[in-house]
Design a protein around this ligand. Structure first.
Ligand SMILES: [Zn+2]
Length: 274
């Protein structure tokens, strides 16, 4: 099983005798053998690199500047991200991310976020890398930036997708130039009030990838706790219940694991060569 979006390198995992490395080891033990870790800001780059160096069999890196962490001097910050993606060990990065738009916390940052997103998305397209997209309360702005790219990236994933089937159709219609659009499904799918069970058949099992977004949004039955990648099978189980109701629990988890692993390898081709 592949966790396509997890931040186990953050300080939340460095407390009470726990460590990022131990969290990776628990995930591997739970059957989650590959972990894609998107960067957040400039301070997290060394944390991400340290964990990738200490668990080279399991940890894969993506490089980008998260929309809520776009600083006033965002151009310099994006230059640093670009230097990572073009640097000596550039082939270790499987994607550009996470990048995107987030107007939930502070809508006044709209223009700055759009510019930083646009520049990083162009960088991904130039390098032939997929994009990991964070989009919160900003679907229209997100689509506007992606539609305006001079050349499309090979693939994108709408990470932590929480929309409706109509949103899925709108995204596909407006981003018709992008060859592959995947949807990252996380703990929200296990929540009682989630609209995702209706959206999943529209997405289809061939375009879903699994993610925890650790340390946030732990799935039921871990809800309220710090999330970690070892909880990923609970998300696969819920997707299986929704999309493959005629199978036994064991069969449907195996089918979701096989399909989403295949999807993740299409989304991030570099996972195969690393
Ligand atoms: Zn994230």
């Amino acid at each position: 099983m592949i966790d396509t979006h997890t931040h186990l390198y953050l300080s939340e995992f460095n407390i009470d005798g726990d460590s990022p490395g131990a969290a990776v080891d628990r995930a591997v033990k739970a059957g989650v053998d590959i972990l894609v870790m998107p960067n957040v800001d400039l301070t997290t780059i060394p944390l991400l690199r340290d964990l990738a160096d200490s668990r080279p069999e399991s940890v894969r890196m993506a490089m980008g500047l998260h929309p809520t962490e776009v600083p006033a001097d965002w151009q310099e910050a994006v230059d640093r991200i670009a230097a990572e993606l073009r640097g000596r060990d550039a082939s270790r990065f499987v994607a550009v991310g996470e990048i995107g738009m987030d107007l939930y916390w502070d809508a006044s940052l709209r223009d700055k976020q759009m510019e930083a997103f646009d520049r990083q998305a162009r960088l991904g397209a130039d390098l032939g890398l997929p994009l990991i997209i964070h989009c919160r309360e900003a679907l229209d702005e997100t689509l506007e930036v992606l539609e305006g790219l001079p050349a499309p990236p090979p693939a994108i994933v709408m990470h932590c997708f929480g929309g409706t089937g109509a949103d899925v159709e709108l995204i596909r219609r407006r981003l018709v130039a992008i060859p592959e659009i995947f949807f990252g499904i996380g703990g929200v799918v296990t929540f009682k009030k989630s609209t995702l069970p209706d959206a999943l058949p529209v997405i289809g099992l061939d375009h879903i990838v699994l993610e925890t977004d650790s340390p946030y949004l732990a799935p039921v039955p871990y809800r309220g706790r710090r999330n970690e990648s070892s909880f990923l099978p609970a998300i696969a189980a819920r997707i299986g219940q929704v999309l493959l109701p005629d199978m036994t629990a064991e069969e449907s988890v195996a089918a979701v694991d096989a399909a989403t692993t295949d999807n993740a390898l299409r989304l991030f081709p570099r996972l195969k060569s690393l």
